[in-house]
Design a protein around this ligand. Structure first.
Ligand SMILES: *Cc1c(COP(=O)(O)O)cnc(C)c1O
Length: 237
């Protein structure tokens, strides 16, 4: 199948999963996870209807930005972000989805203040409690929400998660349901900027339909659009 056909198929699957649970498909945005793809492939994806690209690695993203490869799409940073690379990301992306520590949040606030802008962010939750994964624990999430609320140069737009890989199809759906509950609880407690807390980013190639069934508003899909990636060291994912 061609890239355009894959995009159409994934969009159709998202819409079907949404309708199954009575959701409006327009509530859900497909984020193309473009790691390891070339600038040309990214342009083709945008020409075929992709409206948001998600990048994992600062170096690749910087090269694609220099190529103007994302023209016509919004850009999200979805990978592990080291504080020493915050300068290369803040103000250059529409949304940083992967803020999982107080330290990183502070570094983003500091850089955004320096640039006199407000950076949209999501807090990444380690919903499966896996030691190998980044993200804030469910227990520490409220503290990070408070820190974000007290940071004038970041705007907290929602939550993101990468749940444990499903051993059996559907077996990680409960993590999506837990994420949705956390999202709803935080949204309800927000007083002044409730209307800007509107993103729940979860679901990848293997499980995005379940994520949609459980309330995702952003799904991040790579393999199902672009085909398999060459294997890489786990630390680079
Ligand atoms: C690569 C990646 C995805 C997409 O993964 P696929 O299984 O290829 O769909 C989603 N989110 C993040 C953070 C990623 O790094």
């Amino acid at each position: 199948m061609s890239l355009a056909e894959n995009i159409a198929q994934v969009q159709a699957n998202i819409a079907a999963a949404a309708r199954e649970v009575g959701r409006n498909p327009a509530e859900i945005t497909l984020v193309a996870a473009t790691k390891v793809q070339t600038s040309d492939t990214i342009r083709q994806a945008i020409a075929a209807g992709i409206r948001v690209c998600g990048e994992n690695r600062v170096q690749e993203m910087t090269a694609h930005l220099e190529d103007n490869a994302y023209a016509g799409a919004a850009l999200h940073f979805i990978g592990h972000l080291q504080t020493n690379k915050v300068r290369q990301v803040v103000g250059r992306v529409d949304l940083i989805e992967s803020v999982g520590s107080a330290h990183l949040l502070q570094a983003i606030e500091t850089q955004a203040a320096k640039l006199e802008l407000v950076q949209d962010i999501l807090l990444e939750v380690n919903i499966g409690g896996e030691s190998s994964k980044s993200g804030v624990s469910v227990q520490e999430l409220p503290e990070l929400v408070n820190q974000a609320a007290a940071s004038p140069h970041v705007r907290l737009r929602g939550l993101m998660a990468i749940p444990p890989v499903a051993e059996v199809p559907g077996s990680n759906r409960r993590f999506f349901a837990q994420m949705h509950q956390l999202y709803v609880d935080i949204k309800q407690n927000m007083t002044d900027n409730e209307y800007t807390f509107d993103y729940l980013s979860m679901g990848m190639s293997g499980d995005y339909q379940d994520a949609v069934r459980e309330g995702a508003t952003l799904v991040r899909v790579g393999t199902a659009l672009f085909g398999p990636r060459p294997p890489m060291h786990p630390s680079k994912i």
